[in-house]
Design a binder for this molecule. Structure first.
Ligand code: CMC
Length: 390
């Protein structure tokens, strides 16, 4: 009953009020709690940005120390989760493992799942931010048949992740500050992005009163698709397929062909119609990381040529299609040594703080269950026919 607007894809619907992240798509502006992403990427660190997103303000030195200590105390996961992990095929996609294990965390914290209790909400946020890297690295180690590395609380968030990914009990090494910084910056650049598909999914799931681990698992599922977080993996697959600059023209033609489902991965955005500020910082980081590591990746040249080609093509110009955050991130991750199948997992890890901040914001003031309507286009009422009459 009543009237409602028809807005498929939510092109013009604001589903909530939020104080967390501001985007001006025409001007290419992205602010977290008022702070420009460029400044956070250059001057902040990931856990500080997490604090900012969750609490609304940058921490003072005491608050920062306490937050970092708290997160490092929550990095371990229950040993039972290892048994769960062992049930997966070794070649399972790590995003499949993430959906399963993060959802399963609900089963471990019965004592603190009262969504109306701010303390419970906070401890769930801490647990999720702290445990995501551990779970992600577990999924990777499992896929390559190496023993799982336990987290080290004496390392910073990003180095601890590199440690769990790349060290083995046979030999532990430390990582260069440049590598740690690059990892941290990638986490910052993915930390939040207002009401994107996965965040909206988390809010929608949260609006039913579901527990935070189940809500974040639903966000991970929504992020997985190639139109969203899966794009970073798809960019590398696409660059592999293009192979050589001489094939760029052919792939651009495919992307423009309306009868061909192929799209230029890492290009275009629902909100940014001029440039994606995250892509600019990412490109700069990419140059720095490759120089620092002395990596000469021909894929970077190919990506840059592809970008130049697309930016000069009327099809892409008319539609305001620019490289997005996913276009260059894969090249950096590859240089760090992260396998392609882990790219979207890293996006999910970084975005967990955004998801949980939105979930917390929603639950902190009055809200309604998210329940869209539809335009029904099916049959009118008709009578059931017995099987022998059909
Ligand atoms: N390659 C070729 N054509 C494209 C592309 C592309 N990457 N992106 C959009 N278009 C065309 C689209 O076909 C449409 O053309 P027309 O007006 O002739 O029908 C026009 O541009 C407008 O695009 P749209 O699909 O209506 O825009 P949208 O806001 O619904 O979709 C998008 C945005 C990001 C899903 C889309 O641009 C896309 O699929 N891009 C490739 C995947 C990708 O890189 N995703 C990552 C997004 S950023 C990070 C994240 O959210 O995870």
């Amino acid at each position: 009953s009543g009237y409602f607007t028809y807005d498929p894809g939510f092109m013009s619907t604001a589903a909530c009020e939020s104080k967390i992240t501001y985007i001006d798509g025409d001007k290419g502006i992205l602010l977290h709690r008022g702070y420009p992403i460029e400044q956070l990427a250059a001057k902040s660190d990931y856990l500080e940005t997490c604090y900012l997103l969750l609490h609304g303000e940058l921490p003072n030195p005491e608050q920062k120390k306490e937050f970092v200590d708290t997160i490092s105390k929550h990095t371990m996961v229950n040993e039972q989760l290892k048994s769960f992990l062992n049930g997966f095929r070794r070649d399972a996609h790590p995003m499949a493992i993430m959906c399963g294990i993060v959802g399963a965390l609900s089963a471990f914290y019965h004592d603190s799942l009262d969504n109306n209790n701010p303390k419970h909400r906070e401890i769930s946020a801490h647990r999720l931010i702290a445990k995501m890297p551990t779970i992600a690295a577990m999924a990777y180690k499992y896929s390559i048949g190496q023993p799982i590395m336990y987290p080290r609380n004496d390392l910073c968030y990003s180095e601890n992740f590199l440690h769990m990914m790349f060290n083995t009990p046979a030999g532990e090494k430390r990582f260069s500050p440049a590598l740690i910084r690059a990892m941290d910056r990638i986490f910052i650049l993915h930390a939040d992005h207002e009401q994107n598909a996965s965040t909206s999914t988390v809010r929608l799931a949260g609006s039913t009163g579901a527990n935070p681990f189940a809500c974040i698992a639903s966000g991970i599922a929504a992020l997985w698709g190639p139109a969203h977080g899966g794009a970073n993996e798809a960019v590398l697959t696409m660059l592999d397929e293009i192979g050589d600059a001489s094939n760029i023209e052919k792939f651009i033609a495919k992307a423009k062909d309306k009868n061909d489902p192929f799209k230029l991965m890492g290009f275009g955005h629902r909100v940014y119609k001029n440039f994606d500020p995250r892509a600019q910082v990412m490109k700069q980081t990419c140059d720095e990381v490759l120089a620092e590591l002395g990596v000469n990746d021909p894929k970077l040249d190919l990506a840059m040529k592809l970008e130049e080609y697309a930016l000069n093509d009327p099809y892409f110009k008319e539609r305001n299609l620019y490289p997005n955050v996913d276009f260059y991130s894969g090249i950096i991750l590859k240089a760090i040594g992260i396998p392609t199948s882990m790219f979207t997992v890293i996006f999910a890890m970084s975005r967990t703080v955004g998801w949980i901040s939105h979930w917390t914001e929603m639950l902190s003031s009055p809200y309604k269950i998210s329940r869209p309507r539809q335009l029904y286009t099916g049959y009118e009422q008709r009578d059931y026919e017995p099987l022998d009459k059909r």
